[in-house]
Design a protein around this ligand. Structure first.
Ligand code: GAL
Length: 335
């Protein structure tokens, strides 16, 4: 009796194990995601948890310590148009958090960038607010209590009377002062750097022509040096990016050239820069975020994410990888 029962109880155990494993797989956070990512693949299809290509362009990434989560914001070209938000624990796999601010009747809504205001405990989004043929040329600002929105429009204006188009947003980790670098005047004649008010909701009169060209500047600060990274002006077509250095965020800046090493097409590895993200938990880990617009902004525009190196001599370098992961960086020692 015992002997005859054994095979049966073995198969019951196997079936239970199978059911348990299936439940585990289908209840996991990436159940619907056909692909689980363990690396960055330059220009390749990148799907979110909903199985759709990540539609989040020209934006930025922040890390929210209290939630131990990365949030990625950007232009959403699907329906409804506006600012998308995706969240992630590892920078490879992203959950679609939806459109956190709809474009509504704003004709052109580009380059949303979000920062956290530690004092007032709210998230502040700045973006390029524009109208027909980019003629309004303003900054827009919106706020939310939560990283996943909704963000409510507060204001839109020309900073100190200057036309403003592509923008970059930077918080100095030491002073907590925030700055917007903006492609200024007609048409993108120069880049200006403006300091924000302490609540990050307005601009101050500390607004300097930093005599750089010509679009969407990003800032990286290392060992007291500010690295300003810009693209040229060729619309949606990629062009060579350049970097400048200075000991002060408001300049004067000295042009250093292209950081792209071995860039045969001289077009930023076929991308346009949009942000530099300092990756927490690793030493000197900077992420180049670029867009491959493929002719225009669309839900399927691709991403070029590459590691940025600052050499011992202080040069900025970006090398091409078809595929890479965070093991390229040295982890910081846990405190
Ligand atoms: C690019 C700019 C984009 C968009 C585009 C329109 O140069 O970076 O954000 O404004 O021009 O042509």
């Amino acid at each position: 009796m015992d002997k005859r029962n054994k095979p049966q109880s073995l198969s019951v155990t196997r079936i239970s194990l199978l059911i348990f494993l299936m439940t585990l797989i289908f209840s996991s956070p990436f159940a619907q995601n056909p692909t689980y990512f363990t690396s960055f693949k330059t220009g390749a299809e990148w799907l979110a948890d909903d199985g759709l290509p990540i539609d989040c362009h020209g934006g930025n990434i922040i890390y929210v310590d209290s939630l131990q989560t990365f949030f990625w914001y950007g232009e959403h070209y699907g329906n409804p148009r506006g600012a998308a938000c995706y969240s992630s624990k590892d920078l490879y796999n992203w959950k679609n958090e939806g459109v956190v601010m709809t474009k509504g009747n704003i004709e052109i809504f580009e380059r949303p960038k979000v920062i956290y205001d530690e004092i007032n405990k709210r998230y502040v989004m700045w973006f390029h607010y524009d109208g027909n043929r980019y003629s309004i040329a303003e900054l827009g600002v919106a706020v939310s209590d939560k990283p996943t929105g909704p963000f409510k429009l507060q204001n839109h204006f020309r900073p100190n009377g200057h036309e403003s188009r592509d923008i970059g947003l930077y918080v100095d980790p030491e002073t907590k002062k925030a700055y917007i670098g903006y492609a200024a005047d007609h048409v993108n004649r120069t880049i200006r750097m403006v300091e924000l008010s302490a609540d990050y909701l307005n601009v101050t009169s500390n607004d300097v022509d930093i005599n750089a060209h010509c679009e969407g500047p990003d800032i990286l600060k290392k060992n007291g040096t500010f690295y300003l990274f810009t693209s040229g002006c060729s619309g949606w077509t990629p062009n060579p990016g350049h970097y400048y250095t200075s000991t002060s965020i408001t300049g004067p800046y000295v042009i250093q050239g292209s950081p792209f090493v071995g860039d045969a097409g001289d077009n930023s590895f076929n991308s346009q820069r949009c942000y530099i993200f300092k990756i927490p938990g690793y030493k000197n880990a900077y992420l180049y975020m670029g867009d491959r617009w493929n002719g225009s902004g669309s839900p399927k525009s691709q991403y070029v994410f590459l590691p940025i190196t600052i050499t011992p001599g202080g040069q900025m370098e970006i090398h091409f990888y078809r595929e890479w992961d965070l093991n390229i960086f040295t982890p910081e020692k846990k405190k």
